[in-house]
Design a protein around this ligand. Sequence first.
Ligand code: QAP
Ligand code: CO
Length: 180
Amino acid sequence: MAVRKVVTVPDYRLRLRSKPVREINDEIKTLARDMAETMYSSNGIGLAAIQVGVPLRLIVVDVSAGEEPDSLMTLINPVIVENSGKITTEEGCLSVPGVYGEVERFDKVVVEFMDLEGKHHAIEAEGLLAVAFQHEIDHTLGKLFVDYFPPKQKAKMLQKSKEFQRKQRLEQKRAESKKR
Ligand code: QAP
Ligand code: CO
């Protein structure tokens, strides 16, 4: 298992349309495990494969952020087949670090997907779990939460994340040179 590097804005890969997973082999199983480890290591509640640079329709979600056992979900080729209601949530994204904003989404969704054994499922989700599914499925379509904001606000959010990342890199370098 390994924590992988998270792709961040303005990387073009975040705009790719991910392709369906055609075969669940060891490579896919390792990818799914690495994604979970990567998500937990940054205290995230969801991650899509493209966020570690792999353009495949595979997402992991754990809205307990690892606080509750058995709450990790791995969804292969997820699709929203039903939706209803509205909910507004403060969202963030590991690929847009340092930026948060309120997004309106469906309060309830039904998602069809395959698990790592190739079994098909339909799950009904509500509230935060429904929001997380929508946010992660957006990633498989090349869409980011900042896209829901008006152009000027979106530009500011992307600029803010770039500055946040620059400061993060500087702090990282400082910490590294201290070690030597
Ligand atoms: C998507 O997002 C999500 O900026 C998952 O500095 C968000 O895990 C689903 C994170 C809200 C439902 C509701 C973001 C961590 C984590 C940051 C995340 C950061 C550190 C985001
Ligand atoms: Co995200």
